[in-house]
Write a protein that binds this ligand. Sequence first.
Ligand SMILES: [Zn+2]
Length: 145
Amino acid sequence: MIQTFLLTSSLLISQLPTLEPKFINLKNQLENQGFQIIIELPPKRGAYGLLREADKKIWINPVVFELHISTQTLIHEAVHAAQVCAGKGKIKTLGLSIQPSNYARPFFMRYTDVHRQDLEREAYAVQTQPNSYELAVSLLKKYCK
Ligand SMILES: [Zn+2]
């Protein structure tokens, strides 16, 4: 019985994701702005990340740690968080002048709602910049006070 328990707990420990410093910093910054980061399967099937503006909850799918896209995923959700702050709780676009790379097009073009498409276009635009992390941090600083 004890052995089984030890085996299970050591397996759990080995499965814990190694968090990148940028992931941790961004997570802290979001939490300081009242967002809650939940590392669990998002309520929307197949999503890597999800922000629910009603209660400022951000889900991060645990699979992103295995895929090594955890920071990228959190950066994407951080842009949505800045959009929520900019609209004082009602999500709105920031009016950024940067454009997402062409390979990101199918990801936001699949949204049929035009407003949603604009929101996603901005998140993918930031996410695909070489300085995406710094950009996300500065957007949060600018719009969430
Ligand atoms: Zn998105």
